[in-house]
Write a protein that binds this ligand. Structure first.
Ligand code: NAD
Length: 256
């Protein structure tokens, strides 16, 4: 038996990276998965491979949510789970961040998460789960990612309020807070057909050996296993919580 047998779960930003691994793992655990993204070719190919439904969804657009939820209900008849995973990152010091760039990050990361909760929770008729993707930068600062860190802190606020408001309907809402994970966001060489992504992964492991107690960058499959835990019955008494998955990065510093 799979851990998600019979459940219908929407994963946003699922065409690649952590969302892709979540979609793969959830499908393997028996869920009927909706792969949602703006990368249509990649998302459609993945959906075909794992027997899922692909829906085009720009998470910052209200109309897209409406039609995506309609398509999922038409295909599967119900919705039981949502992983708000889509996100973007921009590097800039706060004083150099143009307003347009700040608002672009807010629109995808924060508004996208809000619209996801607001669009999907009312459709969960028999309880459900929502997993929001925050970040290590939701619980501490990191220079040069001010807009991103602001949205990830906001996602924890949304998670807690949604958990309170939706508990009477048996909808649990939690957040994952990944540290550095080896996806195209942290390792853009993964998108370059001429680059050796494994080589850059090894270089990232070297970099994180000094920063992270467990001595390496994280893998998207590891975040997917946490999202599975929070989506399945194993976490049945947990709601409103952030779950840090960072190799010990936040545990503290070593001075000797
Ligand atoms: P990624 O860039 O590989 O994947 C992000 C996915 O989101 C892509 O498929 C992209 O097309 C999709 N996306 C972007 N904008 C979208 C939009 N408007 N609507 C729908 N889909 C959209 O990066 P990832 O590492 O897999 O990121 C997944 C999540 O994890 C993000 O929320 C990110 O902020 C978060 N995160 C990543 C790391 C890391 O180190 N990689 C660390 C902490 C948190």
């Amino acid at each position: 038996m799979g851990k998600l047998d019979g459940r219908v779960v929407i994963v946003t930003g699922a065409a690649r990276g952590q969302g892709e691994q979540e979609a793969r793992l959830f499908a393997a655990e028996g869920a009927r998965v909706a792969v949602a993204d703006v990368l249509d070719d990649r998302g459609e190919a993945l959906a075909k491979e794992i027997g899922a439904l692909y829906v085009h969804l720009d998470v910052g657009r209200e109309d897209d949510w409406r039609s995506a939820v309609r398509a999922v209900k038409k295909a599967y008849g119900r919705v039981d789970g949502l992983v708000n995973n889509a996100g973007i990152l921009r590097f800039n010091s706060l004083v150099d961040t143009p307003l347009e760039e700040f608002l672009q990050v807010v629109q995808v990361n924060q508004v996208g998460c809000f619209l996801g909760i607001r669009s999907v929770a009312p459709e969960m008729e028999d309880g459900g789960t929502i997993v929001n993707t925050a970040s290590y930068t939701a619980v501490t600062g990191m220079a040069a990612v001010g807009a991103y860190a602001a949205t990830k802190h906001a996602i924890l606020g949304l998670t807690r309020v949604a958990a309170l408001e939706l508990a009477p309907r048996r909808i649990r809402v939690n957040a994952v807070c990944p540290g550095a994970i080896d996806t195209p966001m942290s390792n853009p060489a993964r998108l370059d057909p001429d680059a050796d992504a494994e080589e850059t992964s090894r270089a990232l492991d070297q970099l994180y050996r000094r920063l992270v107690p467990l001595g390496r960058i994280g893998r998207p499959e590891e975040v997917a296993r946490l999202a599975l835990f929070l989506t399945g019955a194993d976490s049945s008494y947990i709601t409103g919580q952030p779950f840090v998955i960072d190799g010990g990065w936040l545990a503290g510093v070593t001075v000797v």
